[in-house]
Each structure stands twice: as structure tokens, then as C-alpha cells.
Ligand binder design. Structure first.
Ligand SMILES: *Cc1c(COP(=O)(O)O)cnc(C)c1O
Length: 243
């Protein structure tokens, strides 16, 4: 009888499919600090979390582990920018000029230079955060003046229920958008990172040029309930506007 594959086995299987230049971010939302430690002992150094409080609690239990890079992959609420900046080196979901400016100002106060991916929506999708490509392009002149953020890539989530070929196209379009923006020759912005691909679609993302994949379930198994499903993002957004 063979039991469920261990984390080590799952990780080995995933690693066998990853080109060496692709950064694997292990998404540990709803995963205990003990399991994060196991993953660390298997060599993982990049971890992704989507909620500040949950991440803070885990980080406090993992202070003895050197060399971890924490990635914030949720939607940064504007009233939490200070906490997010102090606890994460990368912020993947920056989706508005106001948020970018606020993060930049606070990063300056804290003496931090976080890496930032701009979240884009390559298809209209009311359930997701993200810039429309045209709005993103319009914001670039101002984004390029921000001196504390290292705006280094795009992040994208394809809409749910797309076929594999459609997802592939979405990823390719994100890659082309990043390349086109970078080719414009901004003084600070160079979008060389593509944060795209989750458990279900990361191979499609890699084929389209992803440099960062964010993997949860394929490593750790199904979560009890989705931590922040895309369908909830709009509710969070509404709550944020009301607060
Ligand atoms: C949860 C989450 C992931 C990981 O998804 P899996 O399907 O578990 O691999 C990746 N990116 C974001 C933004 C997430 O919220």
C-alpha cells in the first residue's frame, strides 16, 4: 500500500518540472508554521502568504530560520501597508496608483525598498483585482517616479473557467505586455519578472515565460477552505471601501 505522497515527494515532482531560473514560491496560507518549517528543511526559501496577520504569527514562530524571502500575494489593504512592508520583501498584488504611492511613501519612511509586481487583468474580470492594461500603461509615467519601490514585474491570475489554450494565451499576453513596457525604456521600471502560475496552470505559465510560480495545493494538498478565493476578492474590496 502506498500512502499519500509526502511533501518531499511532491516537491521533488514539482522541482523536476521547473526550469532552474524559475523561482518557486510555496504558498503557505492556512498551512501551519510546522509544515512551513518542513518545507524550509527541504530547501524552500520563498514563501507566499495572502493575509498579514496569519503571516505575522507564522513568521514569529520561524524567526530562527535564516534566509527566508516572504512574498505578499494577497490584495494589500491600504490600512495595512506598514505591516505588509515590514513583513514582506515582495508584494505581488499592487493594482492602483494610490496604493503604489502609499507603499512608496511608507517604504521611504521605513527605509525599505520592496520588490513589487503590478497585478494586471488580461481579461475583464469583475471578481479580481488588477489593472486593466490600458490603465496600467497610463499610470507608468507616475509609477516610474517612485523611488523606494522596485517595480520589477507583472503578476496575473487568469479568469476562472478558461480552457487551457485560453489560459496559455492570457499568460502569453501578460508576457508580451511586460516586454513591451520594458522596451519603452523607463528610468526605473523594468518588468523582468512574471509572477504567474498556480497549481493548476503553472506549466502553462512557465511555457509562456513565467519567472515566478506561486504553488500551494500541489505541494501541501487541498486547503480546508480557500483562504482568499478570487470570488471573495470583490467582497474584500467592498469592505475596504467602506472602512
Ligand atoms: C492561493 C494562491 C495561490 C496558490 O494557489 P494553489 O492553487 O494552491 O497553487 C497562488 N497565488 C495566489 C494569489 C493565491 O491566492
Amino acid at each position: 500500500m502506498t500512502g499519500r505522497p509526502s511533501l518531499a515527494e511532491r516537491l521533488a515532482q514539482v522541482r523536476a518540472t521547473l526550469p532552474p531560473q524559475v523561482r518557486l514560491v510555496a504558498v503557505t496560507k492556512q498551512i501551519s508554521a510546522g509544515v512551513v518549517r518542513l518545507a524550509y528543511n527541504l530547501g524552500i526559501r520563498d514563501f507566499g502568504e495572502s493575509r498579514l496577520q496569519e503571516a505575522q504569527a507564522k513568521q514569529a514562530q520561524l524567526r530562527d530560520l535564516p534566509g527566508i524571502t516572504w512574498h505578499f500575494i494577497g490584495h494589500p489593504q491600504t490600512n495595512k501597508t506598514r505591516g505588509i512592508l515590514t513583513h514582506f520583501a515582495w508584494i505581488h498584488g499592487v493594482d492602483s496608483l494610490a496604493l503604489a504611492q502609499r507603499l512608496d511613501r511608507t517604504a521611504g519612511e521605513l527605509g525599505l525598498t520592496p520588490r513589487v509586481c503590478l497585478q494586471v487583468k488580461m481579461r475583464p474580470d469583475p471578481q479580481k483585482f488588477g489593472w486593466e492594461p490600458g490603465d496600467l500603461r497610463a499610470a507608468l509615467p507616475v509609477l516610474d517616479t517612485l523611488t523606494h519601490l522596485q517595480i520589477c514585474g507583472l503578476m496575473t491570475l487568469p479568469p476562472q473557467d478558461l480552457s487551457h489554450p485560453e489560459i496559455q494565451t492570457v499568460f502569453q499576453e501578460a508576457q508580451a505586455l511586460a516586454a513591451a513596457i520594458t522596451a519603452q525604456g523607463w528610468s526605473r521600471i523594468a518588468l523582468t519578472e512574471l509572477s504567474m502560475g498556480m497549481s493548476e496552470d503553472y506549466l502553462l505559465a512557465i511555457a509562456a515565460g513565467a519567472t515566478i510560480v506561486r504553488l500551494g495545493r500541489i505541494l501541501f494538498g487541498e486547503r480546508p477552505a480557500e483562504a482568499l478565493p478570487n470570488s471573495l476578492q470583490s467582497e474584500h474590496r467592498a469592505a475596504e471601501f467602506l472602512s
